[in-house]
Ligand binder design. Structure first.
Ligand code: FE
Ligand code: FE
Ligand code: ZN
Length: 296
C-alpha cells in the first residue's frame, strides 16, 4: 500500500472583489488549499453585504477539495490600542462586526495586528488590546481570533512573545485566542528563525505555549534580523533565505499549520512559491517514509 502523501495546507492572500466562490476557485488554480482575505478594505471602511448563496458555494468547494482552515485578516487600520477614543471605538465595532460575519463561515481563523500604542507605552497598549478583545469576543463563537506576531515597527504591540503572552493572559475568554506567527515579522523583531528555528520555537513554547500557535504567515524579509522594519520579500530572496523556509515547512511542530504567503507576488509568483514549498515538504516526507521502510 502506498502511504498517503503528506500535504501542506498552504495558500496566499486573495481579493474578495469577485466574491467567495471565486476566491476558492482562484486558490485551486494556484495549487492552494487555504487562503487569506481582508474582511473589509484594509484601509478601513465598511464591509460588503454578505451573499449567502455565494458563501455556501465556497463552503461546498472547500469541502470537496479538502481545504484547511482559512485565515481571514482584519484591516491594518484597526488599532485597538490607539490613544484616540474614536479610533479604539472604530476598531472594536469593526472587530465585533467582522466576528459576527465570520459566523457565516464557521470554524476558521480571524487574524489581526494587536495595534500600535502610539507612545502610551507597551504596557498601556497591552491593557487596551485586552479590553478591546474582552469587549468583542463572544463566548461560544465559531471563530478563533489570532494575534499576529509583529515586527516592532514604530510603537507596534506584539513585538515580543512576552507581550503576546500578556495579552493572552488578560483576556477572559482566552480559549477563543491563538497566535499567527509571521516569519518576516519575528525575524525583523529579532528572533533568529533563519538559523535557530528550534530554539525560537522552544522560546515560543516556554513563553506562550506552542498549543497557541495556529497559523503561519510565510514571508521573506528585505531587512536583517532585528531591523524592526516589516518589509516583506519573495520566498528565498531576502534575509531569511530558502533554507529557512525549507526548515519551516518540514518542521514537525509547524508543518501541519495553515501557511499563508503575503509575499510581493502576482498569481504566477504565488503559484510558483506554493509549488516550491509543496515540493520541499513532499521530498522531506518521502525521506522519512523510506527511512521507516528501511527499519521495517
Ligand atoms: Fe498581518
Ligand atoms: Fe502578516
Ligand atoms: Zn508584515
Amino acid at each position: 500500500m502506498t502511504p498517503v502523501a503528506f500535504e501542506l495546507t498552504i495558500g496566499c492572500h486573495l481579493s474578495t472583489a469577485a466574491g467567495w466562490k471565486k476566491m476558492g476557485e482562484t486558490a485551486l488554480a494556484l495549487g492552494a488549499n487555504t487562503f487569506a482575505f481582508f474582511t473589509r478594505n484594509p484601509r478601513g471602511g465598511n464591509a460588503k453585504t454578505l451573499d449567502l448563496d455565494d458563501l455556501e458555494a465556497l463552503k461546498t468547494l472547500m469541502r470537496e477539495n479538502h481545504f484547511g482552515k482559512l485565515v481571514a485578516h482584519a484591516p491594518y487600520t484597526m488599532n485597538l490600542c490607539s490613544a484616540k477614543y474614536e479610533t479604539v471605538d472604530f476598531a472594536r465595532r469593526a472587530m465585533a462586526e467582522d466576528l459576527e460575519r465570520m459566523e457565516y463561515l464557521p470554524g476558521n481563523y480571524y487574524n489581526f495586528h494587536p495595534g500600535s500604542h502610539v507612545g502610551q507605552g507597551a504596557e498601556k497598549g497591552v491593557k487596551l488590546v485586552i479590553e478591546g478583545l474582552n469587549a468583542c469576543l463572544v463566548p461560544g463563537q465559531a471563530t478563533m481570533v489570532l494575534l499576529e506576531t509583529m515586527a516592532g515597527k514604530g510603537t507596534e504591540v506584539g513585538r515580543t512573545f512576552e507581550e503576546l503572552a500578556a495579552i493572552l493572559d488578560g483576556v477572559a475568554h482566552d480559549e477563543l485566542l491563538g497566535v499567527c506567527l509571521d516569519t518576516c515579522h519575528v525575524h525583523d523583531g529579532g528572533y533568529r528563525i533563519f538559523d535557530s528555528l528550534d530554539y525560537v520555537l522552544d522560546e515560543f513554547d516556554r513563553i506562550i505555549g506552542l498549543e497557541r500557535l495556529k497559523a503561519l504567515h510565510l514571508n521573506d524579509s528585505k531587512n536583517p534580523c532585528g531591523a524592526h522594519k516589516d518589509r516583506h520579500e519573495k520566498i528565498g530572496q531576502g534575509y531569511l533565505g530558502l533554507d529557512a523556509f525549507a526548515s519551516i515547512v518540514t518542521n514537525s511542530r509547524l508543518r501541519t499549520l495553515p501557511m499563508i504567503l503575503e509575499t510581493p507576488q502576482d498569481f504566477d509568483g504565488y503559484k510558483h512559491e506554493i509549488a516550491l514549498l509543496r515540493r520541499i515538504a513532499a521530498a522531506d516526507n518521502q525521506t522519512h517514509e523510506s527511512a521507516l521502510g528501511g527499519v521495517r
